[in-house]
Design a protein around this ligand. Structure first.
Ligand code: 5IU
Length: 256
């Protein structure tokens, strides 16, 4: 199932506000590239955000791997997001009962709800997880994990279908999926990690696919690239190369 509707055509089909805002950014910057900044210091995180900011639609963070996290880091991140026009996606993968998830979203030392535009959740615990996240849907969009890029992932087709069903029940909050390609209707967006132009995988089960396969063939919308960009000696150039590859793949899909 590969959609040939353009992002312009899909924008009004997206129910969640953040999802629509994302598509506006995607169209304006001609970028469906997301950078995964898996680094351990705030200085590295902020310099990556500044370097690749102009090329991306979303910066994906893991706040809990930053060794010196403070509220000031999120403030500076939000500043860079406004400056370069990208959204912030905290890849927290909420998976607990709703009450706990509510506390994890708002509390602790990260206060994710204060600065993240997008968060994601496993469906393993049932709808309570999403219910908790959807209470802040005014400010935050939610992605459900329908598939994973890692070897031996337990996301069998029935599980992926359940993610689709759950998303439909929470369409005000949920605007898309983490998946390996397009798995459902055009009123949701599909985000794929495990994208690299050179490598095929790593020593811990990551499996890479190239942007063209992920976007033009498998029908995904947004490519999430981590080490392919952040381990490059010239991150600006790498981000520019990936942005073009991902956008060309999107145009190729429309033209097919
Ligand atoms: N990530 C995956 N696969 C998944 C999910 C998340 O790789 O199925 I869900 C995250 C992990 C990392 C980024 O933050 O996406 C990929 O980074 P690399 O491009 O460096 O492998």
């Amino acid at each position: 199932k590969v959609h040939q509707l353009s992002f312009e055509q899909r924008l009004p089909l997206i129910r969640n506000k953040v999802g629509r805002r994302l598509l506006e950014i995607v169209l304006k910057k001609q970028s469906n590239l997301i950078v995964a900044a898996d680094v351990t210091t705030s200085q590295e995180l902020l310099s990556i955000a500044d370097e690749v900011g102009p090329q991306i639609c979303v910066l994906k963070t893991h706040a809990d791997i930053i060794q010196d996290w403070t509220d000031s880091v999120s403030e500076q991140l939000v500043h860079l997001a406004k400056l370069h026009h990208f959204l912030i996606f905290e890849d927290r993968k909420f998976a607990d009962i709703g009450n706990t998830v509510e506390l994890q979203l708002t509390g602790g030392i990260f206060h994710i709800a204060h600065w993240a535009d997008i968060v994601n959740a496993h469906i393993i615990a049932g709808p309570g997880t999403i219910e908790a996240l959807s209470r802040s849907a005014e400010h935050c969009g939610v992605l459900l994990l329908a598939q994973m890029s890692s070897k031996g992932s337990l996301t069998i087709p029935e599980y992926t279908q359940k993610a689709l069903e759950m998303a439909k029940q929470y369409e005000d909050a949920v605007f898309g999926f983490i998946s390996l390609g397009c798995i459902g209707e055009p009123n949701f967006l599909y985000f794929t990690p495990g994208v690299h132009l050179q490598e095929r995988g790593d020593s811990l089960g990551q499996q890479y696919t190239d942007p063209e396969t992920v976007i033009a063939v498998q029908g995904s919308d947004m490519a999430i690239v981590g080490r392919g960009i952040i381990q490059s000696s010239d991150r600006r150039k790498a981000a520019s190369t990936y942005r073009k590859a991902c956008w060309d793949a999107y145009l190729q899909r429309l033209g097919d």
